[in-house]
Design a protein around this ligand. Structure first.
Ligand code: 6GU
Length: 249
């Protein structure tokens, strides 16, 4: 039994051999927790030259992805997936901006299709009548949607049950609680005269948990104060933050 299915439609299938052939995503594939199918969009290209793009009506620079290969490719994948409702997600800088919440949303799906956008754009009829969602990975422009697809797959897959060991659970991640992660140390206890904080050697688990929580909050306040508004904080913690802010100011 395979868990989640992801179909990726791309003009550059070779780009995916690296990231999915190693590490945690590879292990998840090998253990049948996910099935990732990379489809070459050119297989649905038109005519002898397998054309997938054309000039924009109305003129202008750059090429536009033609509608036919995309519609036909998605229809072929839908046929293979039976009656299941299939979200069709276009990777484009015009999409909603990806974050941990959207990663969890995708991790809850049984199957979805990712379309890697290219060229100057994509025929608007694809957006309006084929695509059900559009996602961007941030406010900058990439040469295509492939790297964005890899980012999204990686973030979603590691949230699936059984993908990470219980050793490195996703629950402790930066962003899972809405806070950045606390500072970590490992052996040696002193390195070039730099000591590990005493509390971590105390064996007092309650004290350690309290220290880590404070570290998380202070780091978030310093680096990403925008995250604090939505973070899961007790009223005592909110009070502590107000005091830290007034001390600073
Ligand atoms: Cl999804 N695609 C491209 N081409 N550029 C991006 C992006 C996606 N997300 C951020 N920049």
């Amino acid at each position: 039994m395979v868990g989640m299915h992801i179909d990726i439609l791309t003009l550059f299938p070779n780009m995916f051999s690296g990231p999915f052939a190693d590490s945690i995503v590879k292990r998840a594939i090998d253990r049948d927790l996910i099935d990732i199918k990379i489809h070459n969009l050119r297989d649905w290209g038109q005519g002898k030259h397998k054309v997938v793009d054309d000039y924009p009506f109305g003129g202008g620079t750059g090429m536009v992805m033609k509608p036919e290969p995309l519609f036909e490719a998605v229809e072929a994948i839908k046929e293979d997936s039976g009656s299941l409702y299939l979200p069709v997600i276009l990777l484009t800088p015009q999409g909603r901006v990806f974050n941990q919440r959207i990663a969890a949303e995708l991790a809850a799906l049984e199957r979805f299709i990712l379309i890697c956008g290219h060229y100057e754009g994509i025929d608007e009829r694809v957006r309006e009548h084929l695509v059900t969602d559009e996602i961007s990975i941030g406010d900058y422009i990439l040469t295509g949607g492939e790297i964005a697809a890899m980012v999204i797959v990686d973030a979603a897959v590691r949230l699936l049950p059984g993908v990470l060991g219980s050793e490195d659970s996703a629950a402790d991640d930066s962003h899972a609680s809405g806070l950045l992660e606390y500072s970590q140390y490992t052996r040696p206890q002193a390195y070039r005269g730099l000591e590990v904080p005493e509390v971590l050697l105390s064996g007092n688990h309650a004290r350690i948990a309290k220290w880590r929580r404070e570290q998380s909050i202070m780091r978030t306040l310093k680096r990403r104060p925008d995250l604090l508004e939505k973070a899961n904080l007790s009223s005592e913690e909110r009070e502590m933050i107000s005091e830290l802010i007034t001390e600073k100011g």
